[in-house]
Design a protein around this ligand. Structure first.
Ligand SMILES: Cc1cc2nc3c(=O)[nH]c(=O)nc-3n(C[C@H](O)[C@H](O)[C@H](O)COP(=O)(O)O)c2cc1C
Length: 193
């Protein structure tokens, strides 16, 4: 089961009292149970917060961390039918570290379960040469369904979410492995001339 692939888990909210922590806690535990090593990239981390004002040193720190990673999972809420602005700012601060990496998206929100944020991010990551998994995971009203540790309270819903994660994790690992092999086999950027 475990293959030790190291991925980044990017949090989508910096709001005080964010629900993001609950959904991220569930996602991190699940990904670890499927054998991934998870490096949490939190835009509210004091080291990364200056990325929001395009601080060069903070962006360099972010890029150094991302250079070591083989894929990403974004855990995002939906804000006005899209991803929150601070998540977009963090994404935009980095270029080649996204290239040729798979990106899985876990979303949450009201009745939409954050799916409009997911669809918005597909367009963004297409421009960044990343591969967004077809499979997604979404939670509607997680503030009613998860405790502060990220435990899903209803066992039937917990089973359904874990079943969705089993497919998500399998496909994420497939793309992580396939793209890692492809990066070794040939350069992504065509030679000049
Ligand atoms: C500015 C703002 C816009 C929002 N827009 C939406 C929306 O378009 N669709 C939705 O389902 N929920 C929307 N919500 C509700 C959020 O999904 C919900 O508050 C969620 O908990 C936000 O994530 P966070 O607590 O981790 O910051 C919005 C919330 C805020 C603060």
């Amino acid at each position: 089961m475990a293959n030790g692939k190291r991925i980044g888990l990017v949090l989508g909210s910096i709001r005080e009292g964010r629900i993001n922590d609950r959904v991220a806690a569930w996602t991190i535990a699940q990904l670890r149970s499927h054998g991934f090593q998870v490096d949490v990239i939190d835009p509210a981390d004091p080291d990364l917060l200056p990325v929001q004002v395009h601080d060069a040193a903070a962006i360099a720190r972010l890029r150094d961390r991302m250079a070591e990673l083989e894929g990403y999972v974004i855990v995002t809420p939906e804000y006005n039918h899209a991803e929150p602005g601070w998540l977009k700012t963090l994404i935009d601060a980095v270029t080649s570290e996204w290239w040729t990496r798979p990106v899985g998206i876990v979303s949450y929100g009201g009745v939409s379960g954050g799916l409009r944020a997911t669809e918005s991010l597909r367009a963004v990551f297409g421009e960044l040469h990343a591969v967004v998994l077809r499979d997604t995971i979404s939670f509607y009203s997680p503030w009613r369904k998860m405790d502060e540790q990220g435990t899903i309270l209803d066992p039937v819903e917990a089973d359904a979410a874990e079943a969705a994660m089993a497919i998500f994790a399998h496909r994420l690992r497939w793309w992580v492995d396939a793209l890692a092999d492809a990066r070794i086999a040939r350069p992504y950027t065509p030679e000049a001339g």
